[in-house]
Design a protein around this ligand. Structure first.
Ligand SMILES: [Zn+2]
Length: 120
């Protein structure tokens, strides 16, 4: 895993049913589906976001975009310790007004400056 990113955007709040979603980011080349593909269900949350969830248990599933070099794994899916802390909070400007936090990690009103660089 490269980093843990907490996304406070309205789409993540809805997808994870919480104040924010925490995504473990890894290189696409380091990710593969091991089993359970028959349970992977997709839905288009918005024109730019396709989500996957497990039709068996309802868990949100990794965000895998064809041709994109990174994969986002909902951190709660990972068993055992990650031995990492949240490295940044993104889209805090559209975050839930009923939740406050200050864990010392950088906060950005929109996307992470580093994620924009990775898309180029
Ligand atoms: Zn988000």
């Amino acid at each position: 895993m490269r980093e843990l990113v907490a996304c406070h955007c309205s789409e993540c709040r809805k997808a994870y049913g919480s104040a924010f979603g925490v995504i473990a980011v890894c290189a696409a080349e380091d990710f593969c589906w091991l089993n359970g593909l028959e349970h992977v269900t997709r839905y288009t949350q918005s024109p730019n976001v396709t989500r996957r969830f497990c039709s068996n248990c309802g868990s949100p599933l990794p965000i895998v975009e064809e041709g994109y070099p990174l994969v986002g794994i909902p951190a709660g899916l990972i068993e055992g310790s990650l031995d990492m802390k949240i490295s940044e909070h993104i889209f805090v400007e559209s975050g839930a007004d009923w939740f406050s936090f200050d864990d010392g990690a950088p906060q950005y009103p929109g996307p992470s400056p580093s994620s924009l660089e990775k898309r180029e």
